[in-house]
Every structure is written in structure tokens, then in C-alpha cells.
Design a protein around this ligand. Structure first.
Ligand code: NAD
Length: 261
């Protein structure tokens, strides 16, 4: 019996085998969950279908989270296969690349600000809204965030603001859905090389600085994030909601890296 046996999960955000959502899917699959997936666009369709098969699923649906119609359609279609859902994983983030490179005040635009917040934060509550009637008691919603929500990190820029909004979203959604027995949490992951991360300038250097300063003296993997996600979405975490769990090798507790004496 896995931690997630008998649970049905919709995973939003698989784009490649490096995706954090891929690590989460693998862990959920190992823990006995039944899975369904969305893909952002036609370009990703066959790839996500292929991944889904590997995790025992035939259920894949198109969903650009910029579209309320596509979000609605996911649950209409899913409802034809499942009579309820226990978990929604939101592993989606985006800001235009030019906003993630350079002096924050100079490079931030009204349009980039709006897009970053809409795709990276609003979409989480949009999924909850559309999926609410299908969510079963003891259900769990999970999103992925980053320390840039709280502290200034080089070139993270407007994504930091969008993640701050997303973390507030976690708290308000938790309060809003708690009486229906639904929990809402976020994982603040340490930096991991993925497609989204490669949009951040100097990401490679960030990874090596991060590994030096983190108490564990290394970076985390998508498997480690996946395992923590499985715990948070399981009944083992039944008392936890509105929370941000750091899966970052402890980086967030430090103020400075180790110093050679
Ligand atoms: N990689 C890291 O270092 C890191 C650290 C902390 C948090 N995160 C967060 O983890 C989440 C997943 O990112 P990742 O690093 O796995 O990268 P990724 O590129 O593999 O995943 C990002 C996903 O967002 C999806 N997406 C973007 N715009 C979309 C839209 N309009 N509609 C639907 N889907 C859309 C992409 O299709 C992709 O699946 C993001 O929220 C990211 O900010 C990443």
C-alpha cells in the first residue's frame, strides 16, 4: 500500500523529464496514485502522452492556464472518466525572458508583470475554482514556489513578486477551502535545472552558489521534491494546510555561506 493508494491526482506542469512535475508524478505513481495530466500546447502533447503512459495513465488534456475555457474543459473531460478528484498539482510558472535578465526597475513592464502574475499565481486559484465541484473530502492542492518570493535573488525579478502572490494565494485558498476538508500547500524548492529555470540568466552560477551555502552542501533533485509532495498530498499530512514547505537543502535558514577559518 502506497501513501497515495486510492487517490486520483491531476498534474499540471509536465514539460520534460526534468520538470519538477515529472519528479512529483514519479513519486505519486510509486505511492499508488492514479494520475491525469495536462499539457500546455500541441507542441507538448505527444511528449506528455508518452510520459503519462509510463505512469500508467491514458488521461491527458490540453490546458493553457491563460484560458478559462481550457481550464473548465479539463474538468469537464476529466469528469467523463473520474467521478471525483483528490489532488491537483500546480507546477506552472512563467514570466517573459527579458524580465528575468537585468536591473529589476529597468526591465519590469506592466505587461510582463501582468503575465507573470496571471500565469504563475492566478492560475492556481483558477484551477481550484474549476475543479472545486469534483474535489473530494481530504483533497489536497499543491503548488511550487521559490525563495525569491521573500528574499531578493539575482535576476529573479518580477517572478519574485508573482511567487509572493502565489504564496498568499496558498493561504487564502486554504482558508477558503478548509471547511470542505480540502488542504492547500506549497513547496518552496531549491533551484533545479529545468526548462523554466533556464529562462533565468546566470542560473548555472546560481546553482553552484546555492550548493555551497546550503546546509546540506548540495542542490536538491526533482525526486526529493516529488517525495515531499507525495507526503504533503497524502493523509499523513492531514493536519497541514496553508503552509509553505522548504525542500531546499536548508538554504533558506542561512544568512551566509560557510567561511574558511
Ligand atoms: N526549477 C527551479 O529551480 C524551481 C525552483 C522553485 C520553484 N520552481 C517552480 O516549479 C514550477 C515548475 O517549474 P519547473 O522548474 O519544473 O520547469 P518546467 O519548465 O519543467 O515547468 C514549467 C511548466 O509550466 C508550464 N506552463 C508555463 N506557462 C503555461 C501556461 N500558460 N499554461 C499552462 N502551462 C504553462 C510549462 O508547460 C511547464 O510544464 C514553476 O512554478 C517554477 O517556478 C522551480
Amino acid at each position: 500500500m502506497g501513501l497515495l493508494s486510492g487517490k486520483r491526482a491531476l498534474i499540471v506542469g509536465v514539460a520534460s523529464k526534468l520538470s519538477i512535475a515529472a519528479g512529483i508524478s514519479e513519486a505519486f505513481y510509486q505511492q499508488g496514485a492514479e494520475l491525469a495530466f495536462t499539457y500546455q500546447n500541441e507542441k507538448l502533447k505527444s511528449r506528455v502522452e508518452e510520459f503519462a503512459k509510463g505512469w500508467g495513465s491514458e488521461l491527458t488534456f490540453p490546458c493553457d492556464v491563460a484560458s478559462d475555457e481550457e481550464i473548465e474543459a479539463v474538468f469537464t473531460e476529466l469528469g467523463k472518466h473520474w467521478d471525483g478528484i483528490d489532488i491537483i498539482v500546480h507546477s506552472v510558472g512563467y514570466a517573459p525572458a527579458h524580465e528575468l535578465n537585468g536591473n529589476y526597475v529597468e526591465v519590469t513592464t506592466r505587461e510582463g508583470f501582468r503575465t507573470a502574475h496571471e500565469i504563475s499565481s492566478y492560475s492556481f486559484v483558477a484551477l481550484a475554482k474549476a475543479g472545486r465541484s469534483m474535489l473530494r473530502e481530504n483533497g489536497s492542492l499543491l503548488t511550487l514556489t521559490y525563495l525569491g518570493a521573500e528574499k531578493v535573488l539575482h535576476n529573479y525579478n518580477v517572478m519574485g513578486l508573482a511567487k509572493a502572490s502565489l504564496e498568499a494565494n496558498v493561504r487564502y485558498m486554504a482558508a477558503s477551502l478548509g471547511e470542505e476538508g480540502i488542504r492547500v500547500n506549497g513547496i518552496s524548492a531549491g533551484p533545479i535545472r529545468t526548462l523554466a529555470a533556464s529562462g533565468i540568466k546566470s542560473f548555472r552560477r546560481m546553482l553552484s552558489e546555492n550548493a555551497k551555502r546550503a546546509p546540506l552542501r548540495r542542490n536538491v533533485t526533482i525526486d526529493e521534491v516529488g517525495n515531499s509532495a507525495a507526503f504533503l498530498c497524502s493523509d499523513m499530512a492531514s493536519g497541514i494546510t496553508g503552509e509553505i514547505l522548504y525542500v531546499d537543502g536548508g538554504f533558506n535558514v542561512t544568512a551566509m555561506g560557510p567561511i574558511e577559518d
